[in-house]
Design a protein around this ligand. Structure first.
Ligand SMILES: Cc1ncc(COP(=O)(O)O)c(C=O)c1O
Length: 395
């Protein structure tokens, strides 16, 4: 029973760890219960009502339900729920919107995702990076506009993997060049303080459905622009997916039902917690970036830990204390294997009901763990034992 034993060890470990990986989350009990279902054995190429296979009447019903829920919950006109991940959503969108084959992004060192750069190259795009203003931890709007006027890319990809402050969607969209906002990290926050980029002028939002939006692993594409959306929808199938991993749509529907009711409160508490953790670490001597800007407006914070041995060393030490996070490049870094930063996300711990007080305690544990990780592990396990259930309602 090797497999069962591996799963048991994983679940025991991760349910007694403080998980601060910014790209992860957990599903609710109900979403987990419906995850394993007969749809996982099936195919449904095409779209509801127009499939290339027989036997699809119930997946049609489920896919229409999820799509309508997405439109309602995010107040958008169109949704494609078939991409099986955030990268897949990007590929579908980039390919459908390709003209000359040039896209602009925010640049890998400033937080762009590899799919905006290396992934785009696979689709035969050339890429340019928008100038980034480190004083404001954001795109330099004036310089970016000049560059865009000069280069006229097919579209601009905003949104990022290291994402502290909302990118200037409105200002970039005013250039007339279409904006694709990659909301992989911040989809759930669009129900709270982080404005929906489509309402700020973005043409398309792509996203993962499992980070601040706490659903099953998967992707989604949202748009209010019918013409562009039609092109994308026709690209997802047959060019990017064949089987779209149907079983996850059941959990996606459940998560949407839950987020419709509790999403705003959850998103607000996430951002409050991120700020609280940043403040608590900063007062304990950690070099949290963007202090003068209030540290963050998302679920993430970034810390320069060069003075503590660098991102790799700090992340490995904290893991020994069951505090899990990742090393991360900061905009001035050159070596991705040993960057000076760590990235922290609070969305999963918020989901288990933690608030500002708990963030302060986590900062205390992290600080102590640098000196005595094995000793702190016992404290982490005891602390985390009290936070085992996904909570709803925060205000
Ligand atoms: C900005 C951004 N886009 C896309 C992705 C890829 O998402 P997925 O892992 O769902 O393919 C990530 C992954 O974390 C990301 O940070």
């Amino acid at each position: 029973m090797k497999v069962e034993e591996i799963i048991r060890k994983q679940e025991e470990w991760r349910s007694h760890s403080i998980n601060l990986i910014a790209s992860e989350n957990v599903m609710s009990e109900r979403a987990k219960r419906v995850y394993v279902n007969d749809f996982m054995h099936r195919y449904a190429e095409g779209k509801p009502g127009k499939r290339y296979y027989q036997g699809t009447r119930f997946i049609d019903e489920l896919e229409v339900y999820v799509t309508e829920l997405f439109k309602e919950v995010f107040n958008v006109k169109h949704a494609d729920v078939r991409p099986i991940s955030g990268v897949t959503a990007n590929f579908s969108t980039f390919f459908a919107m390709k003209k000359r084959g040039l896209l602009a992004n925010v640049g890998l060192p400033s937080g762009a995702h590899i799919s905006h750069e290396l992934g785009a190259e696979v689709l035969c795009f050339d890429t340019i990076s928008l100038p980034f203003d480190l004083e404001r931890w954001n795109v330099d709007v004036d310089k970016a506009r000049k560059l865009l006027e000069e280069k006229e890319p097919d579209f601009v990809v905003l949104g990022a993997s290291l994402y502290l402050f909302p990118h200037p969607v409105k200002e970039i969209a005013e250039t007339g060049i279409p904006v694709v906002h990659d909301s992989a990290h911040v989809l759930g926050l669009h129900l709270g303080p982080f404005k929906n980029p489509l309402k700020e002028g973005a043409t398309v939002v792509t996203a993962s459905t499992h980070k601040t939006f706490p659903g099953p692993q998967g992707g989604v594409i949202l748009s209010d622009d019918e013409e562009t959306f039609k092109k994308i929808y026709k690209t997802t199938f047959p060019y990017i997916v064949s089987n779209h991993h149907l079983h996850r749509l059941a959990s996606l529907a459940v998560t949407l039902e839950e987020m419709k009711e509790f999403g705003r409160e959850y998103a607000n508490q996430i951002v409050r917690n991120a700020k609280a953790l940043a403040e608590a670490l900063y007062t304990r001597g950690w070099n949290v970036v963007a202090e003068d800007l209030g540290f963050t407006k998302t679920h993430q914070i970034a810390v320069d830990v060069k003075d503590k041995g660098g991102g790799k060393k700090v992340a490995e030490t904290l893991e020994k204390a069951n505090i899990i996070l990742n090393k991360n490049m900061l905009p001035w870094d050159k070596d991705p294997k040993d960057p000076s930063g760590i990235r922290i996300g609070v969305q999963e711990m918020t989901r288990f009901g933690m608030k500002e007080g708990e963030m302060d305690y986590i900062a205390e544990l992290m600080t102590k763990a640098l000196k005595d990780p094995e000793g702190v592990r016992r404290e982490v396990i005891a602390f985390r034992s009290d936070y085992q259930e996904v909570r709803y309602g925060f205000d």
